[in-house]
Write a protein that binds this ligand. Sequence first.
Ligand code: NAD
Length: 488
Amino acid sequence: MTVFTSHSPVTGEPVGEHPVHGPEEIGAAVDRAHAAARRWAACGWAGRRARLRTWKRSLARRMDEFAELISAETGKPVHDARAEVLLTVVHLDWAARNARRVLRRRRVPSGLLALHQRALLDRRPLGVVGVIGPWNYPLYTPMGSIGYALAAGNAVVFKPSELTAGVGELLSASFAQAVPDHPTLLQAVTGHGPAGEALARSGVDMVAFTGAPGTARKVAAVCAERLTPLLAECGGKDAVLVDASADLDAAADAIVWGAMANAGQTCAGVERVYAVASVHADLCERIVHRARALRPGADPEACYGPLTLPGQLATVERHTKEALAGGAHAAHGGPESIRPPYAHPIVLADVPEDSPAMREETFGPTVAVNAVRDLDEGVAHANAGSYALGAAVFTGSRRTGLALAARLNSGAVSVNSVLGFAAIPALPFGGSADSGHGRIHGPDGLRAFTAPQSVTIRRFRPPVDLTSFATSRRSAARTINLGRRLHT
Ligand code: NAD
């Protein structure tokens, strides 16, 4: 079998070799998963919950092992990778503990017209979910689909990013070790784009994709062939609004972390800031002060690592150069901050709104800080563009924060913090437009991996049965007229 190698973004050294799975092997994995899904369904809520919590405990125990491999394949510092494992564990625990409460069969009102029926709503697993993952959070992000899909009663075939195939393999192996009576419930298949395409075409009952919007479009076209449902978690160009009443130190601290942590390679990371003009200069100064103190590197004390995808350095450089050519001001750093494999922090101010730095996902440790007349102008800019994933608002007034949140198009808004939702498993996460569609996490993230089934049970013969030819036209007409009067 052909193999490919994953490399350290820091040294370029090989980290591991992985098979290039073709359509046949992927089809066979999906067939095994269909059988595994039937056995998993037979486990019942309590059986699934117990097994998923056993797996959760083993992930927590093996945190260092996972963190070291995540760090080796992505280049991020090990302590960041440990935080990623912790977030993953917290979400898996929530999904396991809440699946029954959210998804169990429930009675719903049957209404006057159908008083003789008992109405029940069931949520059934779809069967096999194909999960296609990215490399930037190679555990936490795909587990937003995998953990919730398993808790909802499905089997999963996971195609990790080719950059982080080792993490995907370790994840599926850890499940088989922790839950040995369901060894094929979570399988990893590896390869590049064609392996993802083969998985989408393999007869899975749903595809959960995380990655770039351009790739999501290709996956959607493949899913269209069989009308396979698709959940798409794509990129972002998240904006932060800063009101004159905001605590500027707290805002600057959160903005720098949101923009630069993980070398800016966060789908819901901070890329744009709109501060009201009266505090813009002050905020810029505080942001620069903090950005200046950051040091990328490979040692345990480094603030963030290299760009995982070497080609992304060119994007960061292009966005920076085009912004400066368009009249932006380099408040800190500039094209010279790109020193492969690292990008040092870049803070730009007064960036033209039509510049790629304000429109396209930069995915690097950069932030653009623009002044706005007022918060209305800030909202208009934040909502412009093709992405709608996350956003944040800094203000001294909770009421203003909530009012602004209601006007933002994004799928999540944090008031006086950034990425506030990430550690709250009960909150759904996802976006719209180029940021994708559907939700992971929370009750919606469990429902996403199920199909509703409506069940009715006739309790008694109704006085006038509108679903029988034996009912006379006269009494049917009387009932219909009565219904009409009730609704006019
Ligand atoms: P990518 O689109 O290049 O790849 C994602 C996955 O798709 C990989 O596993 C890849 O092998 C696979 N793939 C590539 N071509 C394919 C095809 N034709 N058919 C099927 N699968 C195919 O994305 P990436 O570079 O791995 O990840 C970075 C992107 O992911 C960024 O845009 C980032 O914002 C986004 N992201 C979004 C979220 C979110 O939850 N919204 C989370 C993390 C990352």
